[in-house]
Design a protein around this ligand. Structure first.
Ligand SMILES: [Cu+2]
Length: 221
């Protein structure tokens, strides 16, 4: 019995930690201006989202001066996403940031998208090199009464030596596109699963654990 207690306790503590992170993500206030970045398409059941990942927070929802933490990596233009129910959602992410080896190579694979794939600069792939990941976009669904929604796509790293693009502070981005289908209405959280935060919590601190940088909400309306 005592021998079983150790692993059981570990699992329990792990589950409690995951629950705590989920609760913390839900507790942080959303940005005041709640943007609805999906553009109305000709077919109302197919919407588009355009996001970007930056090596700092000067281009997203924190304003041009970067707000409180200008050096933190961020998603933009907003981390508050709204998409309609029973729809096809096509997301394009312009990835401007560098990266390195991902801790968990499972997140270097594509999960939960239409066709189980994404395109990287136009090329269809089911995963990227786990040694060169910039960020991931990972929608989580806690087991609740709402419809499950799990999508995770890796965003390859922009090479460190890439020069800034003309007229930009950032290099030419890597364009990642994928689609997923929504079911019924629900509230979900998403985050990056590449530990790109500060040194606390195995690099899951700072921008990784603060709403509006490497995490946000996705509301299916
Ligand atoms: Cu990240």
């Amino acid at each position: 019995m005592r021998r079983l207690l150790g692993p059981a306790l570990t699992i329990l503590l792990g589950a409690a930690f995951v629950a705590l992170i989920g609760w913390l993500l839900h507790q942080q206030p959303s940005p005041a201006a709640v943007a609805v970045p999906h553009q109305g398409a000709a077919d109302s059941h197919h919407v588009y989202l355009h996001l970007a990942t930056y090596p700092d927070s000067m281009a997203g929802e924190h304003g041009k001066d970067g707000g409180a933490e200008p050096d933190w990596v961020s998603y933009g233009p907003t981390t508050t996403l709204n998409v309609p129910r029973h729809s096809l959602v096509t997301v394009t992410i312009s990835q401007y940031d560098g990266g390195e080896a991902i801790t968990n190579p499972w997140f270097a694979r594509v999960h939960g998208t239409v066709g189980g794939s994404e395109t990287v600069d136009g090329k269809t792939v089911t995963g990227v090199d786990p040694e060169a990941v910039g960020h991931t976009f990972t929608i989580h669904a806690a087991p609740t009464a709402q419809d499950p929604l799990f999508v995770s796509v890796p965003l390859p790293a922009v090479p460190d030596e890439a020069p800034p693009a003309a007229g930009s502070d950032y290099p030419k981005p890597i364009e990642v596109t994928f689609s997923f289908r929504t079911k019924g209405p629900g509230k979900y959280v998403w985050n990056c699963e590449f530990p790109c935060g500060d040194g606390t919590y195995a690099k899951f601190g700072g921008p990784m654990s603060t709403r509006g940088y490497m995490s946000g909400t996705l509301t299916v309306t």
